[in-house]
Ligand binder design. Structure first.
Ligand code: 13P
Length: 261
C-alpha cells in the first residue's frame, strides 16, 4: 500500500530565526497517525527545522539539488552536502523550470545524484495553462515524466524504489485555483501509465503521486478522496500551522480508510 504524504514546500520563505518555531508549530498541529509529513525549508534553515522537529516524526527535505556531484558551481549545493541533513529532496519544481530553465533530463540527472546520496526524490511535473486549454496537458506531463525517467534508466541502475511524483499544474500554483479532483486523478493515472511503460506496472503501482497547486485545508479532501492520489505538495498553506492541521487531519482519515479497504 502506498503511503499518504503531505509535504510543505516553504519556497523562499522563513529565516533561520523563525523557521524552527514555525516547524515546531506545524509538527504539533499535524501530529496524527498513519501519514508521512515532510517539511522542505530553504537550505539555510534546514538545521533549525531539523532541531525543531526532532522526535516528532516530521521528516525534512530540501527544495533542490545540483545535477553534478561536485566542482566549480558557485552557490550550488550537491547531494553529498545534503546527505545526513535531509531525507527528501524536491526536484524539477515548475518555478525552477521557469526561472532556471531546468529540463526534464536535468531533473533525471538530479534524481541520480539523490539516489547516490540515499536521499528520496520528490519529482515535480505539470502543465501550463495554455497546454491544459489546448487539450495537451496529459501528453505534456507524460512527456516530462518519461524523459526524466529515461535519463535515470540510461544510467543503468533502474528507477529509485522511493520515488514520489508531485503533479502540480503550473496555473494552479499560488493562484487560488485548483485542478478538479477528477482531472488530478486522470493525470495521476496517466503518470502511472508512463511510469509503467518505463519501469513496469508493479513499480508504477508503488509510486506515490501527490497533487500540488493551491492546496488548502478546505480543498485537500477533493484530492485525497481520489484513490490514485496519495497526498499533497503544499506551498502557501504549508507556512500556516492551522492549515496544515486541517490537511493532516484529512490525510489521516484517508490513510485509515485506505488501510481498512
Ligand atoms: P501553492 O500551494 O502556494 O499553490 O504552491 C504549490 C507549490 O508549488 C508547492 O510546491
Amino acid at each position: 500500500m502506498r503511503p499518504v504524504i503531505i509535504t510543505a514546500n516553504w519556497k523562499m520563505n522563513t529565516t533561520p530565526a523563525d523557521a524552527g518555531p514555525l516547524a515546531a508549530d506545524i509538527a504539533k498541529a499535524t501530529d496524527v497517525a498513519g501519514i508521512t509529513r515532510i517539511i522542505c525549508p530553504p537550505y539555510t534553515n534546514i538545521s533549525a527545522v531539523s532541531d525543531a522537529v526532532e522526535g516528532t516524526g516530521v521528516l525534512v527535505g530540501a527544495q533542490n539539488v545540483h545535477a553534478e556531484p561536485k566542482g566549480a558551481y558557485t552557490g550550488e549545493v550537491s547531494a553529498d552536502m545534503l546527505k545526513g541533513l535531509v531525507s527528501w529532496c524536491i526536484i524539477g519544481h515548475s518555478e525552477r523550470r521557469r526561472d532556471q530553465f531546468e529540463s526534464d533530463e536535468l531533473v533525471g540527472q538530479k534524481t541520480i545524484r539523490l539516489v547516490e546520496a540515499g536521499i528520496s526524490p520528490m519529482m515535480c511535473c505539470g502543465e501550463q495553462l495554455e497546454e491544459r486549454e489546448a487539450g495537451s496537458a496529459v501528453a505534456t506531463v507524460q512527456a516530462q515524466v518519461k524523459a526524466s525517467l529515461e535519463t535515470i534508466m540510461a544510467a543503468g541502475n533502474g528507477l529509485p524504489a522511493d520515488l514520489v511524483i508531485a503533479y502540480e499544474p503550473v496555473w494552479a500554483i499560488g493562484t487560488g485555483k485548483t485542478a478538479t479532483g477528477a482531472d488530478a486523478a486522470e493525470m495521476a493515472d496517466a503518470i502511472r501509465a508512463t511510469i509503467a511503460d518505463v519501469g513496469g506496472a508493479d513499480y508504477a503501482e508503488s509510486v506515490p503521486v501527490l497533487y500540488g497547486g493551491s492546496v488548502t485545508a478546505d480543498s485537500f479532501a477533493e484530492f485525497i478522496n481520489e484513490p490514485s492520489i496519495d497526498g499533497a505538495l503544499i506551498g502557501g498553506a504549508g507556512l500556516k500551522p492551522d492549515q496544515m492541521a486541517g490537511i493532516a487531519a484529512t490525510a489521516a482519515e484517508a490513510a485509515a480508510a485506505r488501510a481498512n479497504s
